[in-house]
Structures are given as C-alpha cells and as structure tokens.
Design a binder for this molecule. Structure first.
Ligand code: ATP
Length: 238
C-alpha cells in the first residue's frame, strides 16, 4: 500500500472489530496516528466513525488491537486511558447545561490529576473567558463545541479524539473550530478526528482514512485523498 502512515506512532489500531449484538459496525479496521499528526476519518452517516472512536477510547468492547504509545490497551479501562492522556470529545458534547462555562471546564481537569490548564484554555478560547459565568446551556452551538474541546484540553491530553466537531454548525464556525484544532498540533497535541465534513477535515489533516460500511476503503496523505477522484465524487461533492 502506498503512502502508509509511518513515523513515530502514538496510536495503532489493528484489525479492530466492534459489534452491537449481531450487527458488526466496525469490521477489521487498521489505522495509525503518528505523534504530532492530525489524522481524519471521513465517511457517510452510519459508516462506523463514532463506534470506532468509542472503541479506541475503551467506551465500547471490541476485538483486535489498540496500541497507545507502544502499549496494548486490551485490558486498560477507560479511566486509565484518560489518565494516560487520551481524551474523547463526544458528538453530543455532553456539557452540563445548568452549570457555568468555568465549572464545566473545571470538571475536565477533575478527570486527570492537577488543577488543569484553565489559563491555557482561556488563552486559546478568549470567547470562553468572556462567557465564563454564563450557563453552558445558553451558549451558541459553536461556543458549546469550543467548551467541549476546552474541557478536554483541561486534562492536557496527548491524544485528542474528536467526534464530528462540525456537527450542526454554520460553515464559518466550522472553519473557526477547525483552525483551532489545527493550532493544537503546534502545541504538541495529536488529533484523531472523525468527520462527515470531509473537505474541512482533510484541509487540516496530515493523513486520512475513508470508512465505508465499517471498513477502510481508502487512505493516504490528506492532500492526496482530497484529490482522489473517487473520494471527491463520493465525499467532496465534486
Ligand atoms: P454518524 O455520522 O451518523 O454518527 P457514524 O459513522 O458515526 O455515523 P456509527 O454511529 O458508528 O456511525 O454507527 C455505525 C453503525 O452501528 C450504524 O449502522 C448504526 O446504526 C449502528 N449503531 C450505532 N450505535 C448503535 C447501538 N447503540 N446499537 C445498535 N446499533 C448501533
């Protein structure tokens, strides 16, 4: 296979299978994420993207291998994965709507030792600082996504797993959120992002995978994937 994702790997997934009862949603996925990379998994509704991320995080049982920093995670529970620097920002964002922005952020630090990087998060998201006493439930969709990412960053993760950060957001806000994700790479955070918004995700990624019916149907450096006629026809509206 050409263009395989190599270099120092932070995450390696090998022959991963995830089932809901008799339905197999992820069917033998191999993927890798190099340290310091942004890697995107694109695919249609129901392709298995959220399932893949949840299994990597240890929130769903799976078969196959997940290695993080060279260590097999088979018997490692979700809390220990968080303690080791993995954090998932779920599609539903899961904020506490009746709590303030700042209290939501402080909860992010609670999942890992230490007080968390509140100043760092506010520096990255000045909008959250302005709104720190506002209830999370009254934020706009884009602000809620910033808060969900900010909360994840409180734990100073090494690997950030992002589930459809663009969901339900206007194009301008999507661009702002993804610009911030691109900046995270510069500060040493590695990102695995699943997105239906393929064009926007590939634009900030080093490498990409296309997931179809629970299997990887194409992969390559993000710029090459974005030029692949089959990918363009199916996922880039071209
Ligand atoms: P979307 O973008 O719509 O969230 P996705 O690519 O993230 O799609 P998944 O949510 O991972 O896809 O779903 C993959 C398949 O697994 C789908 O067929 C879905 O119906 C099924 N599935 C997901 N969650 C469950 C569940 N809790 N029970 C049974 N089937 C499920």
């Amino acid at each position: 296979m050409t263009g395989r994702n190599t270099g120092e790997l932070l995450l390696r997934v090998d022959d991963l299978h995830v089932s809901y009862g008799r339905v197999e949603a992820v069917r033998g996925v191999n993927l890798s994420v190099g340290a310091g990379q942004i890697v995107s998994v694109i695919g249609a509704n129901g392709a298995g993207k959220s399932t893949l991320l949840a299994a990597v995080m240890g929130a769903l049982p799976s078969r196959g291998t997940v290695e993080y920093g060279g260590r097999a995670l088979r018997h490692v529970p979700l809390e220990s994965r968080v303690a080791a620097g993995m954090t998932l920002v779920p599609e539903r964002r899961e904020l506490f709507g009746a709590m303030t922005v700042e209290d939501n952020l402080r909860l992010g630090a609670y999942t890992r030792r230490g007080a968390g990087d509140l100043d760092g998060v506010y520096a990255r998201f000045p909008r959250l600082r302005e709104r720190r006493t506002q209830h999370a439930g009254t934020l706009s969709g884009g602000e809620q996504q910033m808060l969900a990412i900010g909360r994840a960053l409180m734990a100073r993760p090494r690997l950030l797993l992002l589930d459809e950060p663009s969901l339900g957001l206007a194009p301008l806000i999507v661009r702002e959120i993804l610009r911030i994700v691109a900046e995270l790479r510069a500060s040493g955070v590695t990102v695995l992002i699943v997105e239906q918004n393929a064009r926007a995700a590939l634009a900030i990624s080093d490498y990409g995978y296309v997931l179809e019916g629970g299997q990887v149907s194409a992969e390559g450096p993000a710029s090459r994937l974005a030029d692949d006629p089959a990918v363009v026809a199916s996922y880039l509206g071209g």
